[in-house]
Design a protein. Sequence first.
Length: 489
Amino acid sequence: MSNQLGLAVKPVTEYDDAEVKRVAEWINTEEYKEKNFARQALVINPAHACQPLGAELVAHAFEGTLPFVHGSQGCASYYRSTLNRHFREPAPAVSDAMTEDGAVFGGQNNLHEGLENAIALYKPKMVAVFTSCMPEIIGDDLTAFLKNARNKGIIPADMPTPYANTPSFNGSHIHGYDAMLLSILQTLTAGKQVEGRCTGKLNLIPGFDANTGNFREYKRILEAFGIPYTILGDISDVFDSPLDGTYRPYPGGTTLDDAADSINGKATLNLGPYSAAKTFSWVKDSYSGKHASLPMPMGVTKTDDFLKKLSELFGKPVPESLKEERGRAVDAMTDAHQYIHNKKFAVYGDPDQLLGYVSFLLEMGAKPYHILCSKGTKKLEKEIQALLDTSPYGAGCKIYINKDLWHMRSLLMTDPVDAMIGDTHGKFAARDAGIPLFRFGFPIFDRVNKHRYPIIGYQGVVNMLTEICNKFLDITDETCEDRFFEMMR
Ligand code: SF4
């Protein structure tokens, strides 16, 4: 072997082809699966990201807000590039770029200099500060650092500066999302509750959701009802802004005034029971009006529950247009069910979305056979099991909590399924298993525009089943013998 200069290069490791073949076959066996599932100290290809990434997503969701990472530059680049690759839009955020001296002496100087520069350069209306692992490990006191910054006049007196500790060695992106959203709402609503005032609006908490189409769908449904609303927080225009030749660093987002007045709302509906749990718990104790929490409205039943709850909270009947939409979705399900019926699926992702995938598949007569969450709880496991128990298609389906996508690979190779549902990280396992991967999760780097197609509501049902069933029909066309290659499927 030689390099471009013609010099001999000695491979670091010599591979024996027969050994490579033996191991490649062995990792597909039951024996290997048992060893893989006995693994404790190592995570391989987890189906989740770290806390600050979720904090950055929700920071972008508010008007004029600059996400500010107190911590390492490399970490900040990771969150930004993940959001940027998923949405194919800019994700402008800054970092105070802590390095070795910050790790030794603490990061206050970095934070103060960073805030001064960022506020002067990027002129935000709000700065949302959150942490990467390094300042969490050395124990930086964010509360004191920000208080000092305000006392020194680095942060203007009237600039809201919510902050959240987002230690990545604990929890996942959904917990960072929750912590940052909570701090944003606590900061903006402080002192804004007015006795007897009611905005007449619904506060909708969507939870961690990186599908801009879902946000537009929520708005369309609420507008059909004639319900005034504030989405806490709204990424639809931030990560799906028009290309018109003008760069806007802060396109869209929930206005700070609306967010501040949300404490006087008529009702608050949380659709992220797992990804906005702490926020909703605080809202219940602090906000005026009625409060309710429902699963993400994926599949017909959960969408029905969502619409019924809106109707109940606002005393308005479900609009005829949405009833007709439901009928069309049920028609589309009936037309397509034969192509998905009894098919086995492996599903993985965030708790709120997982519950949605399972509901949808059971409604279609499919089996969510391997269900995996790489950061989950006993409560989630029980909730998924209760859902499986509602349908004969749930029989024999298994739930794997706190397992990763390398575990999933073992499951696919030893107990095969017809397809997977999840994010791009599962494509390696899907390729090894020779099955399609339906990308409905986050992040999706290797397909375009997926985040523009809603997967919630009745339209979401139609979108999901169309994509899945047409792929199965493609496979039939691509693999059938000539004599079975038919016009009609
Ligand atoms: S896990 Fe920690 S070190 Fe890694 S990117 Fe996230 S914040 Fe940075």
